[in-house]
Every structure is written in structure tokens, then in C-alpha cells.
Design a binder for this molecule. Structure first.
Ligand code: SF4
Length: 327
């Protein structure tokens, strides 16, 4: 864990935020913390102007109370809520886990589905909660490589690959729909045929059926982090793959560099081939590959969210037809 200071904060701003990008469009997001002790060197959220310094995490200790009040004021509850878009809900910090648990329980008890992405370890009390509400939970486990050196170098505070495999086993065992996010594949350090074979074999053994894949997207802040936190020769090896690539707008980021299209196509084709051999359905992140045929890496929440929005619109229409005064 890369945590030197946990600062408890009073949350004053709205808790449920609706990101307007990609697969998250229309799904409110909750971040229990600002900052993340996993401190991944490629994390774009660390480059946000409001992000705390490395090693410092701000915990919104009053978030469950705020969330409860906010939900009570809503005329229509959201169908799904996403944890977390700029932090991780399961860092190895008891105070953070306690707030995450209360917030998730509160939502599930009101029939609101939750989706989360984590590189941490999901503790047993959460698994028991998710088992009770399994039809309302969509889990995604971030795991790119089984190599301990990869974690040490690129995700120094994240849970070990073996703990993340255990997450998959536990969540699948609890009946929770669980996908695996293999993102970012860092060119030269992950994604070889041998590494994918070994990874997919273990994912399958743990019970996974779905994986989504994406290569590293460089933003200026991410490039600065790589240059500052990696040994210079490692950072240089990564940057060489992006040399000559234009800065372009991808999702909401105005300045990003993608790996050359041919390199991405080769990587994705290989990933799909190996995944297929292990009976895994492999999707490519469409948002981060706007120049390739669109694929959604959504594990089902988006379709369900859209369906519930359509149902809500239909209900509103029927209400209006039945009671024209409602117009
Ligand atoms: S786990 Fe996610 S939020 Fe946390 S540092 Fe890594 S990429 Fe960023």
C-alpha cells in the first residue's frame, strides 16, 4: 500500500455525479475517496487538478449520510450506481472499507444496482452482502498481469494478482456477474502470447467468463507520472511505442496519444484468439479505440440501465395518456 496520510473530510458537494462519457453515460458515480492508495503509475485520475499528492487519500466519512439524504430527495431513484470512476472502493484501509460498505449496503437495500471496478481485495463481509443482492451487483476486477514485478512497478499499492484471482473465485461463487478488465496493457511489459496464455488460463480456472482489453492511453499527466516514477530506461521503452503518434481527443480528454492502430489491432486479435481458446468472451474498449469498429466493454449494466430508462419513459408516457392533466 502507498498510503502515508488518510485525511477525513466532510463531504458537502453532491455525492451522485453523472459522468457524461462513454459507457458510464447516464449512470451516477460515487467516489468514497479522493485519491487512491494503489497509486498506479498510469492512473489518469492522479493527474486531475483536485487530486491529493501521492500517498495522501481524502476520505468522505459522512458520505453514507449525504447519500441517504440525496436519495430521499429524488423523485426517481437511479437503477444503477457506479463505484468508482476516480478511485478504488476496496483499498486496504479499514476506515475506507467501512464507508464503502455502508454506502453500498444503503443502495442495495433500496433496490439500486451497483457496479464497481477494483484492483484491491474484496473482503468476505462484502462478498456476503453481494451474495444476498447478487442480481444487483456487477463486479469488474482489474488484472493485467500475473507477474509480481509488474504489480510492483506499475501498481505498487494494488492487491497481489493472486488476491485478485481470489476475488473472482469468491464473487463468482457468490453468484455475482464478474468480468475482468485487462487495462492498460502496457506495450513491452504485458500482453505477450505467453503472458496472456498464463493469465487467461487462471482467469478461466477462477470462474471468469468475460474479459475486456485495452492498451495504455497516454495523457500528458500520465506521461509525466511515468517519467517521474519509473526508472528512465523503462519509461523510455514505453514512450518509444508512442513516438510520432498525434495528440488527439479521446473520450473527454482533449490530449491523448493512442498506440499506433496496427499495434493495437495485433494486440487485440491476439487477445481474442487466446481468450477464445479458454472459453472467455473478449471485448475491446470502444471508448478508448475510436478508430476501430465499436465494441462495448460494458458488463451488462449499460444495457440494463438503458432498458430501465426506456421503461421509465414508457411509464411516464402511459401515465400521461391515462391522466392528461399530468402533461
Ligand atoms: S486502482 Fe484505479 S483509481 Fe486507484 S490508482 Fe489505480 S488506476 Fe487509479
Amino acid at each position: 500500500m502507498v498510503l502515508t496520510k488518510l485525511v477525513k473530510k466532510e463531504r458537502r458537494a453532491q455525492v451522485l455525479k453523472s459522468p457524461a462519457f462513454g459507457c458510464f453515460k447516464g449512470i451516477p458515480a460515487v467516489n468514497v475517496t479522493r485519491g487512491c492508495p494503489h497509486a498506479c503509475v498510469y492512473c489518469y485520475a492522479r493527474g486531475f487538478p483536485e487530486a491529493p499528492p501521492r500517498g495522501e487519500v481524502h476520505l468522505y466519512a459522512n458520505l453514507p449520510e449525504m447519500l441517504e439524504r440525496e436519495l430521499a430527495r429524488k423523485r426517481k431513484l437511479p437503477a444503477w450506481v457506479s463505484f468508482s470512476t476516480a478511485s478504488d472502493p476496496f483499498p486496504p484501509v479499514d476506515e475506507v472499507l467501512a464507508v464503502t460498505y455502508r454506502a453500498m449496503k444503503l443502495l442495495l437495500e433500496r433496490g439500486i444496482g451497483i457496479s464497481f471496478l477494483t484492483k484491491g481485495f474484496v473482503p468476505p463481509d462484502f462478498v456476503a452482502l453481494f451474495q444476498k443482492y447478487r442480481h444487483l451487483v456487477r463486479a469488474r476486477i482489474g488484472l493485467v498481469s500475473l507477474c509480481p514485478d509488474y504489480r510492483k512497478t506499475f501498481e505498487p499499492g494494488a492487491a497481489s494478482p493472486w488476491k485478485r484471482l481470489l476475488n473472482i473465485r469468491n464473487l463468482v461463487g457468490a453468484g455475482v456477474t464478474t468480468g475482468v478488465r485487462i487495462d492498460p496493457l502496457i506495450p513491452g511489459f504485458a500482453g505477450s502470447a505467453e503472458a496472456l496464455e498464463s493469465l487467461f488460463k487462471r482467469l478461466r480456472a477462477a470462474g471468469a467468463k468475460e474479459v475486456s482489453v485495452n492498451t495504455l492511453v497516454l495523457r500528458p499527466a500520465v506521461a509525466e507520472q511515468l517519467a517521474a516514477e519509473l526508472p528512465p530506461e523503462l519509461a523510455g521503452m514505453i514512450f518509444r511505442h508512442y513516438r510520432g503518434q498525434p495528440w488527439q481527443k479521446v473520450i473527454t480528454a482533449a490530449k491523448t496519444k493512442l498506440l499506433p492502430r496496427a499495434a493495437r489491432e495485433t494486440q487485440y486479435l491476439l487477445s481474442k484468439e487466446v481468450a477464445h481458446r479458454y472459453g472467455l468472451n473478449c471485448r475491446i474498449c470502444g471508448c478508448k479505440n475510436p478508430d476501430l469498429p465499436w465494441e462495448s466493454c460494458d458488463p451488462g449494466v449499460i444495457q440494463e440501465n438503458r432498458a430501465s430508462m426506456v421503461r421509465a419513459e414508457q411509464c411516464t408516457l402511459f401515465d400521461v395518456l391515462a391522466d392528461p392533466s399530468a402533461r
